[in-house]
Design a protein around this ligand. Structure first.
Ligand code: MN
Ligand code: MN
Length: 450
């Protein structure tokens, strides 16, 4: 059970291949900051790889409400027992604009937000921010908004308090209470509309929004606008071995999965890749892992090949399937090693991390993969020379977390968690190791064709 850096097992040529693979990953990170954008990027890549959304029984995909994608690759085996399923989520922690967000105060225009997922609020002040999303007008037409990504675009920001004046208001408080959720308001403008007496700054912002997007203030009610970091994915380290970017939880799984399903040539069993929304808030909603989209999808796909499909048949296929819940894990943090039990933790650069169970306080909420299934995974990875490690999320009772694994397991299929380890997970600038991203791709591909 000796641990070794995965990099030590790679040749110079292999390292070049890993770096090249991660150039594609960085592009994906920049193009797919929201779940809608991720779904669109996934659709583009699938189409290029010969997947279609028509009625045939070949390589097929379906999109659910622009936020969830399932891709299907037919298998060699005639038998429908036992699909190979990998699921990853494409939502990420962020700030959402409230439904009535815009106001003016002290001659500034500001936008109120409501945070989404597990963030540390102090991460979001004093950094450049972009806004991405969609505004659906009352007549049903919609406009897309993405401001802050192009170098010529303006960016936005949440003001923090200067240290000179923060002693009582912030410094003496608990870290989790120093920045309140209601204070995460986005600075949006300061020019007054000439000739306007009241709310002139807000007035000018509304005029600009109307000129550029044809929207009025009420249209925010039916908008989904997400505030995300404005910076792009970057290499980290003088040796460029790591990547820093927003949204790696869980593009660190979604991108390797996307590439793996595209490259899955002639899988033995039908292979299925699922990209789901809403994991960060409990997989609720009709685009999350708890929706029944997979069942509707299977009905459609199996029906397209001329079979008579029943609910019982779909349920049996799901029961006999094998699954990976692809999700990141927390790598041992060099500054806070104490929160990990280092004999059972995962390390940056140690390869894809296989996690038997997640949960908190005695595995509560975990899927807990069976020993027999883990042995199968070990055999496969050893045959394919995958660089992997095991790891649980933190010391006992230190905290914890869950994944979508348990929602797949509800169908009866064997399910196991695995994914790249991250540093600074759920921060605006999460860090991954390039080798772990690449080994995730190799592991997912090996599993999908097995
Ligand atoms: Mn995740
Ligand atoms: Mn997460």
């Amino acid at each position: 059970m000796e641990r070794q850096s995965g990099w030590k097992k790679k040749t110079k040529e292999e390292i070049e291949r890993i770096f090249a693979f991660c150039d594609g990953y960085k592009e994906f990170l920049d193009r797919a900051k929201t779940e809608r954008e991720a779904a669109r990027c996934i659709e583009d890549t699938l189409r290029q790889a010969g997947f279609g959304d028509g009625g045939g029984s070949g390589r097929t995909f379906r999109i659910n409400k622009g936020k969830e994608v399932i891709a299907w690759c037919p298998g060699k085996a005639e038998s429908l027992d036992g699909l190979r399923i990998i699921i990853a989520h494409i939502d990420a922690p962020r700030l959402d604009l409230k439904q009535n967000p815009l106001y003016e105060d002290v001659d500034l225009a500001l936008l109120r937000t409501h945070y989404y997922g597990g963030i540390k609020k102090y991460h979001w002040v004093a950094i450049p921010l972009a806004i991405h999303g969609i505004i659906v007008k009352a007549d049903g037409t919609s406009v897309e908004v993405a401001i802050g990504e192009d170098n010529k675009d303006p960016v936005f920001a949440i003001d923090d308090l200067l240290p000179h004046l923060s002693r009582k208001t912030q410094d003496e408080k608990k870290l989790s209470e120093a920045i309140e959720g209601e204070k995460l308001t986005v600075l949006f403008g300061s020019l007054p509309l000439l000739g306007e007496e009241k709310n002139a700054v807000k007035g000018y912002i509304l005029q600009l929004l109307n000129e550029k997007y044809g929207v009025i203030e009420e249209d925010f009610i039916s908008a989904e606008i997400e505030v995300v970091p404005a910076f792009k994915a970057r290499d980290v380290g003088l040796d460029r071995s790591m990547i820093g970017a927003y949204g790696q939880d869980d593009r660190a799984s979604a991108y390797p999965l996307l590439k793996a399903i595209c490259d899955a040539e002639g899988p033995t069993h039908p292979a299925l890749a699922m990209f789901v929304d809403k994991e960060e808030i409990g997989s609720e909603g009709n685009t999350g892992a708890r929706s029944h989209f997979i069942k509707i999808f299977l009905h459609e796909i199996l029906g397209a090949s001329g079979r008579t499909v029943s609910d019982e048949m779909v349920q049996r296929i799901l029961f006999n399937s094998k699954a990976i819940s692809a999700d990141v894990n927390g790598a041992v943090n060099p500054n806070w090693q104490d929160v990990h039990e280092k004999q059972n933790a995962c390390y940056l650069g140690g390869g894809i991390c296989v996690t038997k169970f997640t949960g908190h306080m005695g595995k509560v909420g975990a899927n807990d993969a069976h020993a027999e299934y883990i042995a199968e995974i070990r055999r496969l990875f050893s045959k394919e020379g995958i660089i992997w490690q095991t790891g649980e999320l933190g010391k006992i009772d230190e905290g914890g977390g869950g994944t979508v694994a348990k929602y797949l397991a509800e169908y009866g299929m064997d399910t196991i968690d695995m994914g790249a380890p991250l540093l600074a997970m759920h921060s605006p600038f999460e860090i991954s190791s390039k080798i772990d991203i690449y080994e995730a791709y190799r592991a997912f591909k090996a599993f999908l064709v097995s």
